[in-house]
Design a protein around this ligand. Sequence first.
Ligand code: GLU
Length: 612
Amino acid sequence: MPLDAVPPARPALETYLEEVRAACLGLESGAVADYIPELAKADPSWFGLAIATTDGAVFAVGDCDQPFTIQSVSKPFVYGLALDTLGRAQVMKHVGVEPTGAAFNATLMDEENNRPFNPMVNAGAIAVSALIPGEGYAARRAAMRDLLSRYAGRELAIDETVFHSERDTGERNRTIAAIMRQARMLDGDPDEILDLYFSQCSVTVTCRDLALMAATLANGGVNPRTGVRALSAQSAPDVLTVMNSCGMYNYAGEWSYEVGIPAKSGVSGCIAAVIPGQIGIAAFSPRLDRVGNSVRAIAACKRIAEDFGLHVFKTPPRGESVVRRTLRGDAVRSKRQWSPAQQSALDAYGGEIRILEAQGGLFFASAERLVRAATAARGEASHVILDLRRTAEADAAGAALLARLARDTATGPGSLLFAHVPAGDDWASVRAAAGAARLFADRDSALEACEAAILAAHAAPAPDDPAPLGAAALFRALPAPTLAALDARARRMRFAPGDVIVREGDPADSVLAILSGAASVRLAAGEGGRSVRIAAIGPGGTIGELALLDGGVRSADVVADAPTTCAVLSTDDLRSLMAGDPSLARALTANLARDLAARLRAANREIRALEA
Ligand code: GLU
């Protein structure tokens, strides 16, 4: 079969939903709601399931494209509109947030506060419908429809037949409105308010729509497909909270105990459930149990929650492994090429450097653990680097704790440096508290700064101290006259910052020893002439010494970072000197071999530390 004829694999979540559907299909108890004649026309066998993710993927099975009226599932969305329009305090005057334990259409009111108990029961929802903004019925009805459409990411319609059927048989709701009116809980024309309420219940959706609407709540109020905001980020948790405590009729308490997902149920047989930050779930099948929840939809949601442990309070302890590993500066070195004297100082004192490699999300608990680990490391080592490169998202709580750490360590003994601090506004406080001198774009430059500080503290040649030719590993331990002869042969070359000292691809026909200044080895990376620094070289370092072995071409650019002076010996000159002095040939070969062996040993030591 040609490749393009292979049918794409079904997404795992879709086959999973098929399984759930098959497992719940046999549930045939319950009855289709018939108190509104139009609802009674639903086919009891309809059964759709859908999951939408906060990045906009939708997985749907069964009767997932069957339209039905949203009914009470409109309530949380319209409540969100009221919160966004009037603000929490004002809305609270009209409706509370207390679960009732009474039937959805009870006439029970919170008499103490003279308001309905919560916006998920009919009385509260009618109070909320009264708050739909707009001039006149048509405009307010349009505002409501527009709101629900924004959640769904497409234009939703009102089923006028269901609307009229609701209205014609809405005696119970009229009674509720009358009681509220009498108790001055409701301002405005009760008929218009009820018509708005009946209209919102009669908006037609499919399971796919409802999953996306729930995913919009999961996504902090922004439809993950269209990117359009339907609810403010501030109101989203308020809506989810009342869904969690009051969304499932008289079953709300048990639902929250058993399933533990903010959800809302409607008499058409639908449930919309929200895993905050992750997914929206929609289930639809018209047969209802005694309290008015769809038998199959409840069973399906229960199963999904159980299978994946989605109960919102089933939270495993988080933050355990925020420190991926701790490295010591005697095992791991920066890419700076230090002179032999500097290397031995770092071998002796590098243990004063600790690198804390953080990983995973930085939220309150993980950031606190990281702060604790950094504080402990500061008790053991004089230089600590916090490497945040592998951290995933970081929230405001994580940033606040790290900002506090940065502030508390700004003075005092030892240093705490930060590498790879996340970009973004949340982290501005960390950057400000750390200050430019403690912020490093990468771990290597932070490590190099610590090494330089260690060298300075132990009176080893400091990074910027000029070094004679004999300080370089290649020329070490040569008899003084031999070194003097080499020195005399070497050309002095000066480079300004930015000058290319050697260029990748050029013939490798000389060895350069840096006498003063600083340079970095750079590799071109990607387009646009961007390059990455792979190593730094200072006085006592050499460039191109391997050319003595194999000639060939330069393998990278070396660029001066500061005014730099090099002693340059051509390989021809070196070879002719060696030909005339076999002891020089032996000494240089031995130095090269020793240097390579030292690098290999250092690499092994580093690999061991990294693999540990
Ligand atoms: N139209 C319904 C009513 O208020 C909505 C009921 C519901 O879905 O809970 O009677």
